[in-house]
Design a protein. Structure first.
Length: 622
């Protein structure tokens, strides 16, 4: 493992130590991201473990959303795993997906669709090459072929017999039955023909290629090409069922190249709030019977401990491509052939779409409504914390007013937005929650849950949308807005608070610790279900819980000096009377004293009559 290790010149480096989690604890360092990307599965989470892994699935910076910048920031901070979901318009995806046609023998045409919607699929190219992979001698009689021992000819194979092509439609003890009789008989040279499909997406920045060798060309074949591509390809899928055999053009086995039959499009203008949430409230489907969208899909993921929506501020202004006017014609006054008329130059915009502006009352109301809907999912699932981005450009007083609209320990707020450099583009402002997610994940991996996820620099950030003064920082911190402060060497995350008004859950580390306890106890106790409700079972429950808590106590998660001061577990007859046991219940009571991160140090400097200075360090609390 090299996460958290900063490399320089070639040499030998000491690997940073990693705090091993207590036995049986659920991990919460996995971040979930929902946003806009130029490619990738729509409304289906994909696990990625690096920036290049993300690029392979969702592309790079060529789209209009902030999702790639957010995921890159997460991994740059030291995050190691994310669940990423691409938000797309809820309907009409088939019409926005590119399709490519392959024409086989006898004019049979089939289509391959790009794996998902978007203009990226227009550059796909597919080549089918036919290979005579296995050659042997066999005896031919009409529609029967006697095969030699050791020949591997599955049902649905294509045989090349001289200049003739025949399908194997049945197998017998003696050999194979062909789909049509042959006019030749006797001992003949035979070959089994398979296909190799090569697929390239034409992306010059991050090339993706697939090669599928040894494919069958008949629906009866165990490796029929359509089935293999449908189940395994990340680039294409059959646009419709392939029900007919796919014969080569003739016995020369010339390769077949695809042609584009339908153009894919990027539907940026159709992305809106409906692309990120279900139309119904977060708790409208308790039995999980409906299809869901965006955050309501990722919220059901049982792995994430953090949730960011970097494109939650998405809006669309309808701008088209940039058109430079043609240059003016200059008069020469001499006789010579006329030059062609100058034409306008059209090129694709490189900058991102604007976001909802928190300074506009209507936009601010929409921002808050989306964030409340996001928070509703977190409070329903009670597993992850949503990381909210305060609107950029607001003065500190208005940021505090925005923050006052929320009261939950399952949310944390961050300010300001941070600018990152991008090749061939101006600086891009990235939501601060993406950097915070990486800080939280990296601190948990490196140090453990008890450590407050703050006091780290934002890797890659070179600019802030708003400069925060000391007085503004004081005000924002007291309102539990976590601020990235500008320092000489970058922007440092200065706090890790939730948006809860309950002082017990003010610290993000405490909220996450209690979540880990609840999830881990639930997970560990599942194996005890249906065991006899005896005193021995209650003792096992108590021992299981004590073991979990001891592991956390060794990591410094609790405030007490001893186990008795740090936690307690009760699971006795007083909590489990006969009436409760008759209902098949076992009740355990757990209490903990979480250790809150130190936020303030008070220094008292005194000088005695002899001129000796003394410095006393005290904790002012949080």
């Amino acid at each position: 493992m090299t996460s958290g290790l900063r490399l320089g010149a070639p040499g030998v480096y000491t690997s940073p130590s990693r705090v091993e989690p207590a036995a049986g604890l659920v991990r919460l360092d996995v971040a979930g991201f929902v946003g806009v990307a130029p490619r990738g599965p729509g409304h289906r989470p994909v696990a990625v473990t690096s920036w290049s892994d993300y690029q392979r699935w969702f592309g790079g910076f060529e789209g209009r959303g902030r999702l790639p910048y957010a995921v890159q920031a997460f991994f740059a901070q030291g995050g190691v795993r994310a669940q990423v979901l691409r938000a797309v318009p809820p309907t009409g995806g088939d019409g926005a997906t590119a399709r490519h046609r392959l024409v086989f023998g006898a004019g049979l045409a089939v289509e391959l669709a790009a794996a998902n919607e978007g203009s990226w699929g227009n550059d796909l190219s597919v080549t089918v090459r036919f290979d005579a992979v296995q050659r042997f001698h066999g005896t031919v009689r009409a529609d029967r072929v006697t095969l030699p021992a050791g020949a591997s000819v599955p049902l649905g194979s294509l045989l090349l017999v001289g200049d003739a092509l025949r399908w194997v439609v049945a197998l017998t003890d003696a050999g194979a039955v062909l789909d049509r009789p042959l006019t030749i008989t006797g001992e003949r040279d035979l070959a089994v023909v398979t296909a190799t499909v090569r697929i390239s997406d034409g992306d010059l920045g991050f090339a993706r290629q697939e090669t599928w060798p040894g494919l069958g060309l008949h629906p009866l074949h165990p490796r029929f090409a359509a089935n293999q591509l449908r189940e395994g390809s990340a680039l294409v899928t059959p646009a419709a069922p392939w029900t007919d055999p796919l014969a080569p053009l003739d016995s020369t086995l010339l390769p077949i190249d695809s042609t584009r039959s339908h153009e894919g499009v990027d539907r940026w203008a159709e992305i809106d709030r409906r692309s990120f949430f279900d139309a119904e409230p977060a708790d409208a489907d308790p039995l999980d019977e409906a299809d869901h969208l965006g955050v309501d899909v990722l919220g059901r993921n049982g792995e994430i401990g953090l949730l960011c929506v970097p494109d939650l501020y998405w809006t669309w202004d309808g701008r088209g491509p940039v058109v430079d006017p043609p240059p003016a014609r200059t008069g020469g006054g001499c006789f010579r052939p006329c030059a062609p008329d100058p034409v306008a130059v059209q090129y694709r915009r490189r900058e991102l779409e604007p976001v909802l502006d928190g300074r506009d009352p209507a936009d601010l109301a929409e921002i808050v409504a989306r964030q409340h809907r996001l928070l509703a999912v977190a409070e329903l699932r009670r597993r992850f914390v949503v990381l909210l981005d305060a609107p950029a450009g607001l003065p500190a007083g208005e940021v505090v007013a925005w923050r006052s609209r929320f009261d939950s320990s399952y949310a944390a707020a961050y300010f300001p937005w941070l600018g990152v450099p991008v090749p061939e583009q101006p600086l891009v402002l990235v939501p601060p929650s993406a950097f915070a997610a990486g800080v939280i994940a990296a601190r948990e991996i490196r140090l453990g849950l008890p450590w407050g996820p703050a006091n780290e620099l934002a890797a890659g950030a070179v600019l802030a949308s708003d400069l925060v003064s000391d007085a503004e920082h004081d005000r924002l911190h007291l309102s539990s807005v976590n601020v990235f402060r500008a320092e000489r060497d970058g922007f440092r995350l200065s706090a890790a608070r939730t948006l809860s008004s309950n002082p017990d859950y003010r610290q993000l580390s405490v909220r996450r610790l209690m979540t880990v306890l609840a999830l881990s106890i639930d997970q560990q106790a599942q194996r005890l279900v249906f065991e006899p409700g005896t005193p021995g079972l209650r003792d096992r429950v108590r021992q299981l819980l004590v073991q979990l808590l001891r592991g956390l106590n060794r990591q410094g998660a609790f405030a007490g000096d001893t186990e008795e001061q740090s936690f307690f577990v009760h699971c006795d007859e007083g909590l489990n009377p006969p009436s409760s046991q008759a209902l098949g219940r076992v009740v355990a009571e757990v209490g903990v004293a979480p250790a809150a991160p130190l936020e303030y140090l008070v220094l008292r400097v005194a000088q005695d009559a002899d001129g000796v200075s003394q410095v006393e360090v005290g904790n002012a609390g949080s």
